[in-house]
Design a protein around this ligand. Structure first.
Ligand code: COA
Length: 291
């Protein structure tokens, strides 16, 4: 870096400056502006698993955050690029590529073997950056919506309801590889804070759905995972949700792998959302054994 810019750990700067830079970077985001309030900032960090000590920012001489890369070391020799961004007026200046090179080098120095991230397939600028640094798609992540009033097939199997702690434990011990972080136990557990619930969890055969019906008109699925590739359980869960909430719009955001439950939703008539994400992974060259 030149003297004009400084690359720092994200926990060495004012948290408000980082949040403000995040809002600036995502003000023109592909799916619409993302504005995070001071109250919701801690939840965003927790949901993303971001560790500020491992995350890096570029600041200018006035201490303004120009670009950031939030990193989540997620265990088993893996890191996740939780999010990155550059202010519109700082794009094209090489800050984002340098940040990415730095966090990759630091993950390798921690002994990690892979880094992963999610990106919208239509986010061409970000995708070009990630591809130039060796990130490759490993899965598509789709969103699905079911509008109220559509006819549904009858539920054939028993549906069991569980508390969230059981549901998180199921995710933790299920041994299901290759899920986006937001569908894994630590990220779901972060949703269970005061004022954030209640979340419900239903299970059928090898599948589990975790969802919020706080707004009975708009039920949001947080995670749907079917361990069985035939997705019989996920189909039953989709039918049970439709039967239980006939007046609601049911929505799964763009985080669901077709081979882990998405095909079941599509088969039950849920509409696939036009924009989808890609789960990208890069193989790292660990410089020591992971700690
Ligand atoms: C994604 C982001 C961090 C990249 O930082 P940046 O400073 O804009 O990155 P660069 O200018 O170096 O561009 C990255 C690559 O995209 C290319 N690019 C530039 N503009 C482009 C465009 N409009 N369409 C496609 N590719 C483009 C660049 O040429 C470069 O490729 P190269 O390395 O092969 O030359 C930044 O654009 C941003 O904050 N975007 C909004 C938030 C966001 O989408 N974050 C990522 C979420 S996963």
């Amino acid at each position: 870096m030149t003297d004009l810019y400084d690359l720092r750990a994200a926990d060495a700067i004012d948290g408000e400056a980082l949040r403000e830079a995040f809002n600036a970077a995502f003000a023109d985001y592909l799916i619409g502006p993302m504005t995070v309030t001071p109250d919701s900032w801690p939840l965003l960090l927790a949901r993303q698993g971001a560790q500020l000590a491992a995350s890096r920012v570029v600041v200018d001489r006035d201490g303004r955050v120009l670009a950031f890369a939030l990193i989540a070391p997620i265990g088993a020799g893996r890191s996740r690029l939780a999010t990155m961004g550059a202010r519109p007026d700082a794009r094209g200046g090489g800050h984002a590529p340098r940040l990415l090179d730095r966090v990759v080098a630091e993950a390798e120095a921690r002994g990690e073997r892979t880094m992963e991230l999610e990106v919208f397939a239509r986010n061409e600028r970000a995708l070009a950056l990630y591809r130039s640094r060796g990130f490759e798609p490993v899965a598509e992540l789709h969103g699905y919506t079911r509008l109220p009033g559509a006819a549904g097939a009858p539920v054939e199997d028993r549906i069991d309801e569980f508390g969230l702690a059981d549901a998180v434990a199921w995710l933790e011990h299920g041994g299901i590889e290759g899920l986006p972080f937001q569908q894994t136990a630590p990220s779901i557990a972060a949703l269970n804070g005061p004022g954030r619930g209640p979340l419900k969890a239903w299970r059928c055969a090898g599948a589990q759905v975790i969802f919020s019906d706080a707004d009975p008109q708009r039920v949001t699925l947080q995670a749907l995972v079917d361990a069985d590739v035939r997705q019989h359980g996920a189909r039953q869960l989709a039918r049970a949700l439709a039967a239980h909430y006939p007046q609601a719009t049911l929505r799964m955001p763009q985080l669901l792998r077709p081979d882990r439950g998405g095909d079941a939703l599509a088969g039950e008539g849920w509409q696939t959302e036009p924009l989808h994400q890609l789960l990208l992974r890069r193989t790292l060259v660990p410089k020591r054994a992971a700690g």
